[in-house]
Design a protein around this ligand. Structure first.
Ligand SMILES: O=C(O)c1cc(C(=O)O)oc(=O)c1
Length: 292
């Protein structure tokens, strides 16, 4: 498999300045492969996207902290994510992917390394299987640590997944809004069903990220803004935002991270909404001990 590069080296500097303490709550690191080899089951083989590159981007975009989400290409070996968190000097925490047979000592080691959640991935193009019963066992075991569950799925399986989501005893964060079809517009079936899910389950949050993945129109993402801004306004205390750098699998539509940041004030049009989205909400999940 040839190695893919999915990010721009010199993104534009955004016009929008995030508030002090802003958290980019969905990023990944890839490798470096020489130190942290990719999983033999990985569905893509990326170039190295290192912690140093991530922190330079964070500073350029005007963010203070990151949440590093274990990428599928590293399987259940979280060492690359832990390495990046350790190198951040307290400015990053993370979400791990764990094997169902992980023991308590290993979970505690992840906690000590800054992990505060586990990710369950249901995308067939990214993982071979997604065993709901085993995921539920994991969810029950991480609950006492104060962790939450991050779930990545596509809109077509939402209905089938709802009983599983309802059985999870922790906060749940849905990646990239469960990938609604943005072309359906603001009243579309996908986003309507997703909003209903959040109405019905007060413990379900969402990342309002993924404009570059979900918008058929592309920059400046007017179609994404029209569909997603009502979601931010309806659930101001249950939304997170992230660049998704280094944008796995986006080699054919590589986004400019500065342009993505400029979407924020359009989906969260007031300073109050922006502070909740970028600071207060992610702090509650990832750095709760630092809240007054
Ligand atoms: O849609 C994707 O391809 C994708 C992949 C991964 C991953 O490989 O972990 O993470 C994401 O947030 C999105």
């Amino acid at each position: 498999m040839s190695r893919t590069k999915t990010w721009v080296d010199q993104p534009s500097t955004p016009s929008y300045a995030p508030p002090p303490g802003a958290i980019d709550a969905h990023v990944h690191v890839f490798g470096p492969e020489a130190d942290f080899p990719f999983s033999p089951k990985a569905k893509y083989h990326p170039e190295d996207a290192t912690p140093e590159m991530l922190f330079a981007l964070r500073d350029q975009l005007g963010f203070a902290r990151n949440v590093i989400v274990q990428a599928s290409c590293h399987g259940t070996d979280n060492e690359a994510t832990l390495n990046a968190i350790a190198k951040s000097g307290g400015a990053a925490r993370g979400v791990a992917v764990v094997s169902p047979d992980i023991d308590d000592a290993e979970l505690q080691k992840l906690h000590d390394g800054g992990i505060r959640g586990v990710r369950f991935n249901f995308l067939k193009r990214l993982v071979d299987d997604a065993p709901k019963d085993k995921f539920l066992d994991i969810a029950r075991r991480i609950a006492p640590l104060g962790w939450h569950v991050v779930v990545y799925f596509e809109a077509d399986i939402l209905e089938e997944l709802e009983p599983f989501l309802a059985a999870i005893p922790t906060t749940i964060v849905v990646d990239h809004l469960g990938r609604p079809d943005i072309a359906q517009g603001p009243g579309g079936a996908d986003i309507t069903r997703f909003v209903q899910l959040l109405d019905d389950h007060p413990n379900i949050w969402t990342k309002v990220s993924g404009a570059e993945r979900l918008s058929p129109q592309g920059p400046p993402f007017d179609d994404f803004v029209a569909v997603i801004r009502p979601v931010v306004e309806r659930f101001p205390d249950r939304v997170l935002w992230g660049t998704d750098w280094p944008h796995p699998n986006m080699e054919h539509r590589i986004p400019d991270d500065g342009t993505l940041v400029d979407v924020i004030p359009r989906i969260a049009p007031t300073a109050d909404l922006q502070r909740k989205l970028l600071v207060d909400n992610p702090m509650r999940l990832y750095w709760p001990e630092q809240l007054g």
